[in-house]
Design a protein around this ligand. Structure first.
Ligand SMILES: C[S@@+](CC[C@H](N)C(=O)[O-])C[C@H]1O[C@@H](n2cnc3c(N)ncnc32)[C@H](O)[C@@H]1O
Length: 623
């Protein structure tokens, strides 16, 4: 039942994998016939391995919080953010402890932020949408969020949804889809905070096989599985050639090996680079182990290395904020000592904040926009900016997007990350904004530092700056609900109601609100173990990717063994429908219709989080 969890491109209706293959430069050299053969084999490898090119990184040293101010050791860090073991792949994530198959990687799941029809909202401005986000964005369909927009919904999933790399056949992390719920039950009729944060959250990540402490975490981004097995075959062929031509002098064979693994035309490929070893031990290893086994061995890092090159990435967890209008917040999972690094904030840059502007659609069918702005993408509320700059920097560290603002209770502050720890290049702080328009790799990072000791369970607050504070105060002062807002019922409210679902017939008298749609899940229905359901009343589905939701009409209902069951018709397409007989409530869900949920309210609060002026580079002040 595996579904392809492809990531999205900004090009509408077209999915691509996260690391896009790039044109590779052909090296001009004196090529021996054998080398030609090897290069031909490499071409097979390249074609099948979906070779990738990503940014470089630097390594260095620095210590994170290894003990409390009392001198007591902190609990083991579960996941680390550190330079990937794949050369040129930037940051990666690593297991700080053993995880058993099926075990969750962090105490709470990640928040997920929809980006809705962004290219369409930008039409009137010309094609200004910048593609860097492509590398961090998931297919909304598989997150069950595509109903939020008309055409092209993308999903930014900061945290484990963004930081681990993909590496061919090696997959040790499996992801679930987020839940949709409103913390504190905020309502658009009375709460100025409604629509200002994402209601999609708790996207969990599980070990899909036993993971050993120290291993790098790898996710499946949707590319073809089986590449490493194909690559193994290419290496086998090399060894066959070697056996067959025993008369070839050792030094020529040596050179051939070097050409094979090092001086080849794919020297920008992260996939191939991960195997570029030329010494004797590696030559032997290739003969004894599969590439997958070698790669897993190669990805292992020690505790010592993590403390030197990494930052602990599970110091925070999600909870309902102690500030009601703020929605969710981030809470300390362990004692965090004063001056220690609380969390890393690697940044995706967007050189022009107007890219998040949403222009009004002039025509709903052609989706042509008028040059009239009606709002901004919700993502703006999760990115850092500065009043005198058009640059936005959107963080993707685990759970850090949940940190709320408080000027008096702030217990963390921002500073530029230590370049030694990964993907922060301080020379970019001197570069003008135009440079970022051309820069297709992320190379900036902030980090959060504890201003004082933070106790486990304490909410973590940052001061978003005076400008943000004034904007929020002004919003609260001027905010008014529209007259009919009190009648609004969201899909989430309907879904959490214990009320029986209404049949089509009943809905003629008593229709559901205009803004929701009832869906049923065909695949899920087919997978239900009905005998277990009869005995226990519980519906258990182990395949979390099981989802094929279609608009649904309830025909009838009845009680079986005290449990409510529904017979319904799912509309697969204009010509095809499917019947679900006596399905449990879990096979149905309400979703909000496009542009109807709180995040689309014209009066929803929007403002970037402000980087303090004393650390904001002069070179970036272009306004
Ligand atoms: C980076 S997000 C923080 C996480 C957010 N609370 C959530 O649930 O996803 C920033 C948004 O959180 C809300 N927020 C943060 N601090 C707040 C505060 N002190 N008062 C009201 N809303 C706040 C605002 O909606 C803001 O735009």
């Amino acid at each position: 039942m595996e579904e392809t969890k492809e990531l999205m491109t900004a090009v509408p209706m077209e999915d691509r994998s996260v690391w896009r293959p790039k044109h590779v430069q052909r090296q001009r050299s004196m090529i021996l016939p054998f080398q030609r053969l090897v290069l031909a084999l490499l071409s097979i490898l390249a074609a099948s391995a979906n070779l990738a090119v990503v940014s470089g990184l630097e390594e260095g040293e620095k210590e994170t919080n290894t003990e409390t101010s009392d001198g007591l050791p902190v609990q083991e860090c579960g996941v680390w953010l550190a330079p990937s073991s794949i050369p040129g792949a930037g940051l990666g994530m690593f297991a700080g402890k053993d995880f058993r198959k099926g075990q969750e990687l962090q105490p709470t799941g990640d928040i997920v932020i929809p980006i809705v029809d962004i290219t369409y909202h930008q039409y009137a401005l010309g094609s200004r949408y910048f593609l860097l986000f492509d590398d961090y964005i998931w297919n909304a369909h598989f997150q069950h969020m595509d109903h939020l927009g008309y055409i092209h919904v993308m999903v930014f999933s900061p945290g484990i949804g963004s930081a681990p790399n993909a590496f061919a056949d090696i997959v040790n992390v499996n992801e679930l889809h987020p839940r949709n719920s409103d913390p504190h039950g905020l309502h658009r009729s009375k709460d100025p905070g409604a629509g200002a944060f994402s209601t999609y959250h708790d996207r969990r990540f599980l070990a899909c096989e036993d993971i050993q402490k120290g291993e790098e975490l790898f996710m499946h981004y949707g590319e073809t599985i089986g590449d490493l097995r194909k690559a193994d075959k290419v290496f086998e062929r090399f060894f066959e050639i070697q056996k067959k031509h025993r008369k070839i002098p050792g030094e020529i064979l040596g050179e051939l090996w070097v050409s094979f693994v090092e001086r080849n035309e794919f020297n920008e490929s992260t996939t191939f680079a991960a195997f570029q070893k030329t010494d004797e031990e590696w030559y032997m290893l290739h003969q004894q182990m599969t590439l997958k086994e070698i790669r897993i061995k190669e990805s292992m890092r020690t505790d010592e290395w993590f403390h030197q090159f990494g930052t602990c990435a599970d110091n925070l967890m999600e909870g309902e904020s102690t500030i009601r209008q703020a929605g969710r917040g981030a809470f300390a999972t362990r004692h965090l000592a004063k001056d220690s690094v609380v969390a890393p904030l690697p940044l995706v840059h967007v050189e022009d904040s107007h890219m998040f502007d949403m222009l009004e659609f002039e025509d709903i069918f052609t989706l042509q926009t008028a040059n009239v702005k009606y709002g901004e993408q919700l993502l703006l509320n999760y990115c850092f900016g500065h009043g005198r700059s058009s640059l936005l920097l959107c963080p993707y560290g685990p759970q850090t997007s949940l940190i709320n603002h408080n000027q008096t209770r702030a217990n963390v502050k921002l500073r530029w990350a230590d370049p030694a720890k990964g993907n922060h290049k301080p020379e970019l702080l001197e570069m003008p904004i135009e440079h970022f328009a051309r820069k297709k790799k992320t190379s900036l990072a902030l980090e959060l530092v504890a201003l004082r000791d933070i106790q486990p369970g304490e909410e973590v607050f940052l001061d978003y700056g005076d400008e943000w504070e004034s904007a929020w105060q002004e919003h609260v002062k001027t905010w008014e609900a529209y007259p009919q807002a009190k009648d609004y019922v969201s899909a989430h409210q309907l879904d959490s109601s214990p009320d029986r679902l209404l049949t089509e017939f009943e809905q003629m008298e008593n229709p559901y609100p205009w803004n929701v749609n009832l869906l049923c899940n065909i695949k899920f229905y087919k997978m239900i173990d009905f005998s277990l359901f009869h005995q226990t009343g519980k519906v258990e589905v182990t395949d979390h990717h099981t989802a094929e939701w279609f608009t649904c009409e309830i025909m009838r209902f009845r009680l079986i063994n005290g449990q409510m069951r529904y017979t319904a018709v799912a509309k697969i397409n204009d010509n095809k429908s499917e019947k679900l007989t006596d399905a449990p409530r879990e096979a149905f869900k309400f979703v909000d219709l496009a542009y109807s949920s709180d995040m689309f309210l014209p009066n929803a609060f929007r403002h970037a989080l402000m980087i303090p002026d004393d650390i904001f580079p002069e070179a970036w002040k272009n306004l």
